[in-house]
Design a protein around this ligand. Structure first.
Ligand SMILES: Nc1ncnc2c1ncn2[C@@H]1O[C@H](COP(=O)(O)OP(=O)(O)OP(=O)(O)O)[C@@H](O)[C@H]1O
Ligand SMILES: [Mg+2]
Length: 405
């Protein structure tokens, strides 16, 4: 969304010119069209224009024609850059009403060893088996091992080649993995690989969103660092894994809370991406709430919303939508005979509703299965090595409900 009323005249003109290039003259003059522009609309328009004008798409055109197309493409690119700078990276239309391509699914949960990578690998193999172009991305930058779960021991390219600018396109580091999905693997053996800075992270997030695929699965690291949380917030659908172990579901709750607070902070806090609608008092309020909740005046999100409703009502609707649309999915893994799944799910749903005012979706559960260790050792995903197993069956059910949502 672009807040037209808050713009300087020169900025508004810049936006109109860019919209004329990327959309049409009529659209450029239509204020309500401009007000409703969002990231995905801008991206799809850019893709369509790039196809029309990029010289690489028209290798048979004559020299004059190629020159004209090049010139036009430069303007389209510039228009895209301008419009992007006016819409926030985290879209302020919080509930996606249409399914984007690629559909990005992030797999997180703050605890290590709970099965995030095993699940990511099997999910990617399942989706690829349906004939969907699926990319599995190892975003556990400090502990990359997704490639092993996908049967690959040697990576000709990895994500560091893109992050360190050895290649310019993320698609250049894609490899075809043995069991179907495309893979962007990681290599954590180099010093400092997990400490990527803000601009490299932004570049990576943009490249992921622009990938040509049906599904992109992001396998995240097991912590709540800004990078992990920002990758999680990039997704159209965030899955939080837990086991029945109390330490694990406490970590799952912490992960969800930190992700929501980060989202609020990126929208309304001092790092706000809605710069045109800056509200300094609200920024302070959000920082107070998200960064020092123990001595904050507000203990739960609902109290924060009441205050915003009273004192910052112009931002209240957006805040309410952001909170109500933040709805991660919960997956319980390693379920054994003594695990009471409904109880774990209810506890997490109750505390999320009470403290954070959010609804946590229950996605499903996966059994504890000893063969998983064997399949991991043999570098073969369970749904290939043991297709009839309980784990593989549950995996399929979870994947089916995921793609139906
Ligand atoms: N359902 C399951 N049944 C039995 N073992 C499992 C199951 N899920 C995962 N495991 C085992 O747990 C171990 C850790 O799994 P995985 O690497 O997927 O965890 P992770 O959450 O990605 O950890 P990290 O945060 O360290 O990357 C593996 O050795 C795997 O064999
Ligand atoms: Mg992992």
């Amino acid at each position: 969304m672009i807040s037209i009323g808050a713009l300087e005249l020169s900025e508004l003109q810049k936006i109109r010119v860019a919209s004329a290039y990327l959309f049409s003259l009529e659209n450029a003059q239509d204020d309500s069209f401009l007000e409703n522009l969002n990231l995905s609309t801008i991206k799809s328009a850019f893709r369509a224009k790039a196809k029309r004008y990029h010289p690489d798409y028209h290798p048979d055109a004559g020299t004059d024609e190629i020159e004209k197309r090049k010139e036009r493409f430069v303007r389209v690119e510039e228009a895209y850059r301008v419009l992007r700078s006016y819409v926030p990276e985290i879209d302020s239309t919080p509930c996606a009403t249409t399914k984007q391509t690629p559909r990005i699914i992030a797999v997180g949960g703050a605890k290590g060893g709970i099965g995030k990578s095993i699940f990511s690998a099997n999910l990617a193999v399942y989706l690829a088996g349906l004939g969907k172009k699926t990319v599995a991305v190892d975003l556990d930058l400090g502990g990359a091992n997704l490639h092993l779960y996908l049967g690959e021991t040697f990576l000709q390219f990895n994500i560091n080649d893109f992050l360190n600018k050895r290649v310019s396109n993320l698609e250049d580091v894609l490899i075809s993995s043995k069991y179907g999905p495309l893979l962007i693997g990681g290599d954590s053996s180099q010093l400092g690989t997990s400490n990527i800075g803000f601009s490299r992270k932004l570049k990576l997030v943009r490249a992921i969103k622009e990938m040509n695929a049906d599904y992109v699965i992001l396998d995240l690291g097991g912590d709540t660092s800004f990078n992990v949380i920002d990758f999680f917030l990039t997704a159209d659908q965030g899955i939080v894994l837990t086991t029945c172990d109390p330490a694990s579901y406490l970590e799952a709750y912490n992960f969800i809370k930190v992700a929501l607070f980060r989202k609020l902070s990126r929208l309304f806090g001092t790092e706000s991406e809605l710069r045109k609608e800056r509200d300094v008092l609200l920024e302070k309020l959000i920082e107070e709430f998200t960064q020092s909740p123990s001595d904050s005046r507000f203990k739960v999100v609902n109290e924060l919303m009441t205050e915003v409703g009273e004192k910052h009502h112009h931002q209240f609707n957006l805040l309410r939508e952001v909170v109500s649309c933040f709805s991660p999915s919960l997956l319980v893994n390693r379920v054994g005979s003594r695990c009471n799944v409904p109880q774990v799910v209810k506890r997490l749903q109750d505390v999320s509703r009470k403290m954070l005012s959010i609804n946590l979706n229950y996605l499903g559960s996966l059994p504890q299965q000893t063969e998983i260790e064997v399949s991991a050792r043999n570098l073969t995903p369970m749904i290939k090595s043991h297709p009839g197993s309980m784990f593989a069956q549950s995996m399929q059910n979870v994947a089916k409900s995921l793609i139906m949502n």
